[in-house]
Write a protein that binds this ligand. Structure first.
Ligand code: ACO
Length: 397
């Protein structure tokens, strides 16, 4: 993809849906899962997974379509207004709301966690879908800010009681939910999974520099979830998609690992061996202007590619639901796609940029307020750090 601004490399490749898998069944043999666990005496014991552990295999129909049947969301209690921010950095409610459309955001406090928000959001999606936790096959946790370095999908699975599911995390910043949604449809189409929870959640407040007025005004914390369910190909609600990444743009938006290797580990003789890298992450650094230009240029192209795959045009969609980063980006993309403002979903005034949560958070609000109705077609797109970006054309229910 060419980009006159030089942010996106000319060689960047895109990934779209191709090759529908044929209808069929996996083999019916049942595999026995065997794991090693640390025993109480410090040794290692082996045991066969019991019913409380994730199920590794079952006969499955493949080649199915996917539809969205439930959504939910959760936000932290603490609300931080633009006026609150004006007390800690040199800014104003007017500057922030005019330049971004944001007025308030929610920020994690007390004993709130990303996992807790994710569980609450997922419960809402399960309830709306009339699906029990035990019926879920897979939990995909899309986040760049897990409670644990190794991810928190499995803890979300545990806390939801999804005892027949397995779980993993996806890291793709503000594109995370779109990547998770597309991944879910692949597991249904290629692997015969029936019910998949896709949770988008981020708590970027953990990595915000609260003295940097260029970034601290933008971000908020939240989680949103959808339940993606297998259906017949004739009901397939995931109509087209388009995905991209380009690491050349990483310099425009990042929060790199920070190594403190000033202290050496010594051996028993007192000889220095090596400096352990006591690592943490830097705060978010962003070239806002370049990210803005990247989004306004690349997101419409991506949506057009996904629409083309779906055999649709922008005039035939019911809703445009973009990652909620900046109202001016949303407006500019809508204008380029010639989508009228009454078809544009936006709730970032209340929540700011909630990264991987923003799309399911806005979808949940739009569904629960009756804006989005069964059968509506939605063009959605995520974009952000990586750089990563991608679009999905989907039907609600
Ligand atoms: N309050 C008051 N003044 C400010 C503030 C503030 N909060 N922030 C910047 N300014 C000043 C600047 O210092 C500058 O002053 P100067 O002209 O005297 O130098 C002036 O306002 C203009 O600054 P810009 O950075 O050029 O402002 P811009 O109009 O570009 O808006 C913003 C900045 C809101 C960050 C915008 O660029 C933006 O939204 N970019 C996109 C961010 C985004 O979409 N990120 C998505 C991905 S997030 C992820 O993936 C994790």
């Amino acid at each position: 993809m060419a980009n006159a601004l030089g942010i996106v490399s000319p060689s960047v490749h895109c990934f779209r849906r191709r090759n529908r898998a044929p209808l069929g069944l996996h083999g019916s043999e049942k595999k026995t899962a065997f794991i090693c666990l640390a025993a109480a005496d410090g040794g290692v014991e082996g045991r066969v997974l019991d019913s409380a552990s994730s199920r590794s295999y079952r006969p499955r129909a493949v080649g199915m379509g996917s539809k969205l049947v439930g959504c939910g969301s959760a936000v932290p209690k603490l609300l931080i207004s633009n006026d609150d921010l004006a007390q800690i950095v040199e800014t104003s409610d007017e500057w922030i709301s005019v330049r971004t459309g944001i007025r308030n955001r929610r920020v994690l406090s007390g004993n709130e966690t990303l996992g807790g928000l994710a569980v609450d959001a997922a419960k809402g999606a399960l309830q709306m879908a009339h699906v029990e936790a035990e019926e879920v096959d897979l939990v995909i946790m899309c986040t760049s800010t897990p409670d644990d370095l190794f991810g928190c999908g499995a803890q979300v699975q545990r806390d939801l009681g999804c005892k027949n599911a397995w779980a993993f995390d996806i890291t793709a910043a503000c594109s995370g939910f779109v990547v998770g949604l597309i991944s879910a449809t692949r597991f249904i189409k290629g692997g015969g999974f029936q019910n998949i929870l896709v949770v988008g959640g981020d708590v970027l407040s953990r990595y915000v520099d609260w003295t940097d007025r260029g970034t601290c005004i933008l971000f908020g914390d939240a989680a949103g979830a959808v339940l993606v369910q297998a259906c017949g190909n004739d009901e397939d609600g995931l109509l087209g998609f388009d995905l991209h990444s380009d690491g050349h743009g990483q310099r425009q938006l990042n929060a790199p690992a920070k190594d403190d290797d000033s202290n050496f580990i010594s051996n028993n003789n007192g000889t220095s061996l090596f400096p352990p890298k006591k690592s943490s992450y830097s705060c978010i650094q962003m070239n806002g202007k370049e990210v803005f230009r990247f989004a306004v240029r690349c997101v419409p192209q991506s949506i057009e590619a996904a629409l083309e795959e779906a055999g649709l045009t922008s005039s035939s969609i019911d809703w445009l639901l973009l990652h909620q980063a900046n109202q001016r980006i949303i407006d500019a993309v809508a204008t380029r796609l010639e989508i009228p403002s009454d078809k544009v979903i936006s709730n970032l005034a209340n929540y700011g940029n909630t990264s991987a949560a923003s799309i399911p958070l806005a979808l949940d609000e739009a569904v629960r307020t009756g804006k989005v109705q069964a059968g509506n077609t939605i063009a959605t797109a995520g974009f952000g750090a990586g750089l990563t970006w991608g679009s999905v054309i989907m039907r609600w229910k």
